[in-house]
Design a protein around this ligand. Structure first.
Ligand SMILES: CC(C)(COP(=O)(O)OP(=O)(O)OC[C@H]1O[C@@H](n2cnc3c(N)ncnc32)[C@H](O)[C@@H]1OP(=O)(O)O)[C@@H](O)C(=O)NCCC(=O)NCCS
Length: 155
């Protein structure tokens, strides 16, 4: 059973490498090392033999809104439940913070639907959400799918 832990500073180069390995294949957006250091407190990781094999971040956007982003599981560790455990950890932290609505932008909507996220029209999300989008190389031609999880709602 995978153990999910809060990330620590020494994990940053490995998180960066993991995310950018998928970015190189067009499966995620690349992130600079500086951004991962700045947001390290958002991250959960799963380690195996001292190596980070999976990560995910919960980023608070507003009073009742957070984003799950940068979910990545090393290829050889996929389809073994690591991604689901990371999402559960993010949702638990959101609940502890008192945040009921969690959204994501992704190229893997099926994975998030399995975690009880529902599709949502991007335009329905508050404008605050777009702050990061302005920095995205794909803006305004976003091809990611938006999904939302609302605590307390039955799927
Ligand atoms: C998407 C990703 C995070 C899934 O992680 P994972 O550890 O393989 O997922 P899990 O094993 O926890 O799967 C949980 C469920 O989602 C399903 N699932 C996982 N990846 C899926 C996919 N690509 N398509 C459809 N279903 C998928 C699993 O079958 C499983 O279903 P079950 O609950 O019925 O058994 C992983 O494939 C990954 O890192 N991909 C590259 C990066 C990326 O695309 N990240 C997207 C988020 S921004």
């Amino acid at each position: 059973m995978y153990k999910v832990e809060k990330a620590r500073i020494p994990d940053v180069p490995q998180i960066h490498k993991l995310i950018n390995s998928f970015a190189d294949k067009g499966q995620m957006l690349a992130r600079p090392l500086s951004e991962i250091y700045e947001s390290i407190r958002d991250f959960f990781v799963i380690r195996e033999g001292g190596e980070v094999i999976a990560c995910a971040a919960l980023h608070v956007a507003w009073s009742d809104l957070a984003e799950i982003r940068l979910v990545a599981v090393a290829e050889e560790s996929q389809r073994k439940g690591a991604g689901a455990r990371l999402i559960a950890a993010c949702l638990k932290e959101a609940d502890e913070l008192g945040i009921a609505t969690i959204f994501c932008f992704t190229y893997r909507p099926e994975f998030f639907r399995k975690q009880r996220f529902s599709d949502i029209d991007k335009m329905e999300l508050p404008r605050k959400v777009w702050t990061d989008c302005f920095r995205c190389p794909k803006f305004p031609n976003c091809d990611e799918i938006a999904l939302v999880y609302r605590a307390g709602e039955k799927s």
